[in-house]
Design a protein around this ligand. Structure first.
Ligand SMILES: [Zn+2]
Length: 193
């Protein structure tokens, strides 16, 4: 399902989103061009499998584009919106070296108007327990969530509901922010509230 027509994302947010996608596509094009230049520079005609050499370099270019620019999130994912029907949050604390790591695994079940609800898992690691706002899940049942192509996580978007949650997940980097913040404390991008 596509994004609900009633959902209007703030202009400032959309501008930044488009810029972000644009720069990631540019980064991918740069990586592909580099791979192409490499293919042209290396003389594969003397090798036993000349086509394989070119294909291998282009595949490496693609994998790098996915890793560096998140190209797979832009190409293979669609934008959608829906309502959270179930949340399964699991907190783990494990010791690691001298400090400790808190791990929050949240599985969201989202009704997107499709036959089967969508499941979305997000994982948040908190090294040394420095993130103090870590005592509640950053989503609640009934939340409207929007997922945009290229993002890592769905973001909360509550049109009419009285919102009492104090935490927001940054859709770009996945870090958890306090509600009073307009931009993500980690990556600096606008948060939709
Ligand atoms: Zn962020």
């Amino acid at each position: 399902m596509a994004i609900d027509k009633n959902i209007k994302l703030p202009q400032k947010f959309l501008e930044q989103y488009r810029k972000n996608i644009g720069s990631r596509i540019s980064a991918s094009i740069a990586l592909f061009t580099t791979a192409g230049v490499l293919c042209a520079a290396i003389d594969f005609s003397e090798t036993r499998y000349p086509v394989m050499g070119v294909v291998m370099i282009m595949v490496v270019g693609f994998v790098l584009s996915c890793l560096v620019a998140g190209l797979h999130r832009i190409l293979f994912r669609k934008s959608w919106s829906g309502t959270i029907t179930e949340i399964d949050a699991d907190y783990h604390i494990r010791t690691k070296n001298k400090g400790f790591t808190k791990k929050l695994i949240v599985v969201l079940t989202i009704d997107c108007g499709e036959k089967t609800p969508r499941k979305f898992e997000l994982l948040h690691e908190d090294m040394d327990g420095e993130n103090k706002y870590f005592t509640e899940a950053p989503y609640k049942v009934g939340d409207t969530v929007v997922f945009l192509r290229g993002m890592k996580y769905p973001m909360r978007y509550n049109i009419d509901t009285e919102d009492t949650l104090t935490l927001f997940v940054c859709p770009y980097c996945g870090d958890i922010n306090k509600a009073e913040r307009d931009t993500c404390y980690k990556c600096g991008k606008f948060l939709v509230k």
